[in-house]
Design a protein around this ligand. Sequence first.
Ligand code: IMP
Ligand code: MG
Length: 172
Amino acid sequence: MNKIKKLFSKKDINNRVKELSKELYDAYGHDKVVFICTLKGAVFFACDLLKNYKGNARLEFLRVSSYKGDKSTGKVELNLSISKEVIEKENIVIIEDIVDTGNTLKFLKEYLSNMNPKSIKIITLLNKKSRREVDIEADYTGFEIDDLFVVGYGLDYNQEYRNLPYIGVIKS
Ligand code: IMP
Ligand code: MG
């Protein structure tokens, strides 16, 4: 395994995730929320976020892909879909690992909006604002980062490094 330069420790992530869970609870209270976790990158984040969430939550999964190695292809593909009954008239929160060009999120928001949810919001653990190609922002963000390719805590490089308990950059 290559050496990794740590950006956010397990403790940094843990603390921030707890704050985000509370922010969400403050926003929704006991109204039902259908959380949509995007596979595979957001899985660790979604689990921790929901374990700390005190409201009425459901959990669903969607799978999209746009990356090959560390390059975005710009073309978003849906690999696992969701049925309309799950989304219609519900409060939806999309859980993302990272917003980069914004193409994935734009695609997902349009896809889910077409199923007539009551409301739709986005939470992302990481945001690379300087890389945005389309006009979309998350409603809740864990950490802002520079234009770096990061791995760990669910994020991969060619499907590896997801199991790191912290987030970092591969040293070349
Ligand atoms: P976007 O469509 O360009 O915003 O890319 C979003 C997706 O690309 C994310 O959900 C990640 O799965 C992946 N991605 C973007 N940047 C990184 C990174 O730095 N590390 C690992 N995956 C990334
Ligand atoms: Mg993702």
